[in-house]
Design a protein around this ligand. Structure first.
Ligand SMILES: [Zn+2]
Length: 276
């Protein structure tokens, strides 16, 4: 009898343990500026589009100097970052010198980026010191590239940059999907979210998206289209809006609307963070 009871307890314990292991790891997100965030999940850290600054702008948040210092020195909370991801080489997403500073001070960091961003690092005298830790994600337009770094599955989506028909035609631009700690996290960068078939071809809808970082800077018809695309095709649990105009109310109160996801978050302060 006692043996049966012990066996039963063991089954319950193992069942609970298995149940726990199936649960996704806690996810913490810290806002830096514009489309820049620190993502922490399953013991991994991803810093995306955050290493820029040193100027002022009216159109988006720029990291304050003290925060840039923490990032470039790889000091907490920007220490032990596993992946430094860059969507494209525009100055409101990427600064080659600051990325090199961070890589020099964080020996475990791997840079994933489009070729244009990698090329921008080559003129730095410290390039030889970091070049082995650069991974160019060669996803051509409307295609994908995949790589696993530090146990994080990275899928780069070769989406054209917003306004790719004119001013940003030659920009190499990537969106990202990260699978880490049992969660799927999506970051649009400045992607031109104008084509439902592109996102269907990427495979959206096959796996649930835990969190989507969505560029929201556009207005009017294109914003309505984007909301529909997110709601119908991407279907994330949570949305964090990016590329917002500072000191101005967002158009259409997107943080309050529930048309795209159950929860919509509007970052406002540098180092503001959201836990599990
Ligand atoms: Zn851009």
């Amino acid at each position: 009898m006692r043996l049966i009871r012990v066996a039963l307890l063991l089954v319950i314990f193992l069942g609970a343990a298995c149940g726990r292991s199936d649960q996704p790891a806690p996810l913490t997100v810290t806002y830096v500026a514009n489309t820049g965030f620190l993502i922490e999940c399953g013991g991994k850290k991803i810093l995306i589009d955050a290493l820029f600054g040193g100027f002022e702008a009216d159109w988006y948040h720029v990291p304050p100097g003290g925060i840039v210092d923490l990032m470039t020195a790889a000091r907490p909370p920007f220490d032990n970052v596993d992946i430094i991801a860059v969507t494209h080489a525009h100055t409101d997403h990427f600064n080659a010198r600051m990325v090199t500073d961070h890589l020099v001070n964080n020996r475990r960091g791997i840079l994933v980026c489009p070729a244009q961003a990698a090329q921008a690092l080559e003129t730095d005298p410290r390039y030889h010191d970091v070049k082995d830790r650069i991974r160019i994600m060669a996803a051509r337009r409307d295609s994908t590239a995949e790589l696993t770094v530090a146990g994080v599955e990275i899928k780069a989506l070769g989406t054209p940059h917003e306004h790719s028909a004119d001013s940003h035609r030659d920009v190499e631009h990537l969106e990202y999907l990260f699978t880490v700690g049992g969660r799927v996290i999506y970051h649009t960068g400045d992607g031109e979210m104008n084509d439902v078939r592109r996102y269907q071809a990427y495979g959206f809808g096959e796996k649930p998206i835990d969190l989507a970082f969505v560029c929201w800077w556009d207005a009017g018809d294109r914003l309505t289209f984007r909301q529909q695309l997110i709601h119908d095709i991407i279907r994330p649990e949570r949305v964090i809006l990016m590329h917002m105009l500072p000191n101005r109310p967002p158009i259409g109160n997107p943080e309050r609307q529930q048309t795209v996801a159950k929860e919509v978050i509007l970052p406002q302060l540098c180092l503001q963070s959201w836990g599990p």
